[in-house]
Design a protein around this ligand. Structure first.
Ligand SMILES: [Zn+2]
Length: 238
């Protein structure tokens, strides 16, 4: 997928990436480190780490208030140049932990485009904090929730995203179903249009249902020991 001038954000399951080792080391290898109130920011220039640390301190409490994570691990963010194996402009990188649990490694924000950093960081913070029960959501709805929250915190940028995604044309019921059926970890293999459709459909669904109701569904599924929520929850109006 080519890099886009518009925010292209994604979630990375490292195990699925060939040669992902260099991506997983990008946090540790960045030479400049700054400890801030919400975690650690690393990067290659002092200006980058200071700017992103300020953004993180501002955005993190706002995102946590909406997502309500159970575990509040300190943030680990790195500001790095675009990576040839990772064209997305921002990613939340996960690593395999014990007992098949995915643990958050770090958030990577690319040095370009600088303009959308705050929006991109808000989106990735949703993935970072969507721990515990949130993986009962289809990936399209988690991505849509990240877009929804980032758009609420950055109205202007959210409107730009809506205009971009809206240019895909009116989606039909079969698009909704197809996007809801995309399995976690496979979304990166979608072509660009389908990837954008995933965000667009997910955002529509997340907006219609609302973050609070999505959370309550996920918590109930977790309590009941169920897997992913049934897709008809999302494809039919409630
Ligand atoms: Zn995302």
């Amino acid at each position: 997928m080519p890099a886009s001038r518009h925010p292209t954000v994604g979630i990375v399951l490292l195990a699925l990436l060939a040669g992902a080792g260099c991506v997983s080391n990008e946090f540790d290898e960045a030479p400049i480190e700054l400890a801030c109130a919400v975690g650690i920011v690393r990067g290659h220039t002092q200006a980058d780490v200071e700017q992103v640390a300020r953004l993180a301190e501002k955005l993190d409490p706002l995102v946590k208030a909406l997502v309500r994570p159970r575990q509040a691990a300190p943030l680990r963010i790195v500001v790095v140049p675009p990576h040839p194996r990772q064209p997305a402009e921002a990613t939340c990188v996960f690593e395999s932990g014990s007992h098949d649990v995915w643990v958050r490694s770090h958030i990577a924000i690319r040095t370009e485009p600088e303009l959308a950093r705050s929006y991109l960081l808000a989106h990735e913070l949703v993935h970072w904090h969507a721990d515990w029960a949130w993986d009962h959501l289809p990936i399209a709805v988690e991505e849509g929730m990240a877009e929804l929250v980032a758009g609420q915190l950055h109205r202007e940028q959210g409107a730009v995203r809506d205009a971009l995604l809206g240019s895909l044309g009116k989606h039909v019921e079969r698009d909704v179903q197809r996007m809801l059926e995309v399995e976690r970890g496979t979304e990166r293999s979608l072509d660009l249009r389908s990837h954008q459709m995933l965000y667009w459909v997910g955002k529509k669904v997340a907006k219609r249902i609302g973050v609070d109701r999505l959370r309550s569904w996920c918590e109930q599924a977790k309590a009941d020991g169920l897997g992913q929520l049934p897709l008809d929850r999302f494809s039919t109006p409630h």
